[in-house]
Design a protein around this ligand. Structure first.
Ligand code: AN7
Length: 347
């Protein structure tokens, strides 16, 4: 069987009683950006997490969180989500035959993610409030009703997510010079940093990367240094004003000599178009914050020639078809005659 609990079981806190849950998550492609890399004169790859079974990196941590919930005797799981966590929770709960409750900020979840939570059979509750408020409610439900919370306040989530850093090192033979990653609730950047450090302790990488965390300007508490009460961005996945894992993320950036930066919605969408049109890779807007951040660094400060950079593309572009369709030209429609087609092709 493939999957995180099988491939990296020796590095995870599994016991005999932990069910070996799997949707064959992980082992996602590390794709060289041959065109953009040569433009920037760096050795650039993307970790394409959209290839996971529910289309985002969340599967890596969710498989362990749900397995541990079952081991602990949980009767149901609950989470708040900007969309991807709920898709992953719903899928693994379905697989494990557990009821799943998800709290979503009303009107702010991309359609693909909503469709996923519903078709996997979760009870979906739309909250008139932002993600941060929905998370407060999910925590309350967990405390009051004993539901297992599978947001990244659950330590198993971040443990499972370390596997992405391990895969990168396994494939490259060492850690990259820089890791560029979108930041919302700040769990993933913390998990990568822990993962690289774990691998160094095990002697599986000599060096550690500089960690570059990229936020959307309208939801950039880690850049501005204060919470955002009304976060807003086209990258709805990272529309988060009070990141739960802020302290760990700051530590990762400080210890690695990296930094946080913010990019505008325009930069995010431009990076999404560039990635699709020049490399044939379709990632959701939040994911493209990483590339947008890298382009900003290149423009403003320059990047040392030839360094090895991995940018994390956290979620699949198909998750959010509206974000893509809103920024591309209308298609051409013709009647069904050859003459009509010939005329269009000649333009
Ligand atoms: C595509 O699904 O928080 O900094 O509820 O879906 O670890 O939060 C999603 C986050 C980046 C940010 N890219 O990761 C949720 C949720 C995508 C995401 C992030 C998310 P964290």
């Amino acid at each position: 069987m493939r999957g995180i609990l099988f491939r990296y079981g020796d590095l995870l806190p599994l016991t005999k009683a932990t069910p070996r849950l799997s949707l064959c998550e992980g082992q996602t492609p590390l794709i060289p950006l041959t065109n953009l890399g040569s433009d920037l004169a760096v050795d650039l790859c993307v970790k394409f997490e959209g290839a996971n079974p529910t289309g985002s990196f969340k599967d890596r941590g969710m498989v362990l969180a749900v397995a541990k919930a079952i081991e602990g005797g949980a009767k149901a799981v609950v989470c708040a989500s900007t969309g991807n966590t709920s898709a992953a929770a719903a899928a693994y709960a379905a697989r494990a035959n557990l009821p799943c409750f998800v709290l979503l900020p009303s009107g702010k979840v991309a359609r693909g993610k909503l469709a996923q939570a519903l078709i996997y059979g979760a009870r979906v509750i739309s909250v008139r409030g932002n993600f941060d408020r929905a998370l407060d409610l999910a925590r309350k439900a967990s405390e009051e009703l004993g539901l297992a919370i599978v947001n990244s306040v659950n330590p198993y989530r971040l443990l499972g997510q370390q596997s992405a850093a391990w895969e990168i090192c396994d494939e490259l033979g060492e850690a990259p010079d820089r890791l560029v990653i979108p930041v919302g609730n700040a769990g993933n950047i913390s998990a990568y940093w822990a993962g690289f450090n774990r691998y160094r302790e095990l002697g599986r990488t000599r060096d550690l990367p500089q960690m570059i965390g990229v936020q959307a300007a309208g939801a950039s508490p880690l850049v501005e240094g204060h919470p955002f009460d009304e976060p807003e961005t086209v990258a709805t996945a990272i529309r988060i004003g009070r990141p739960v894992n802020a302290e760990k993320a700051k530590e990762a950036v400080r210890e690695s000599g990296g930094r946080f930066l913010a990019v505008s919605d325009e930069e995010i969408l431009a990076a999404q178009r560039l990635l699709a049109s020049r490399e044939g890779i379709f990632a959701e807007p939040a994911s493209c914050a990483s590339l947008a951040g890298l382009l900003r660094l290149h423009r403003e400060e320059g990047l040392p020639e030839g360094i090895r950079i991995v940018a994390v593309l956290t979620g699949n572009g198909l998750k959010d078809p509206d974000a893509a369709l809103n920024q591309v030209p209308e298609m051409v429609e013709i009647d069904d005659r050859w003459e009509s087609l010939r005329e269009v092709l000649a333009r």
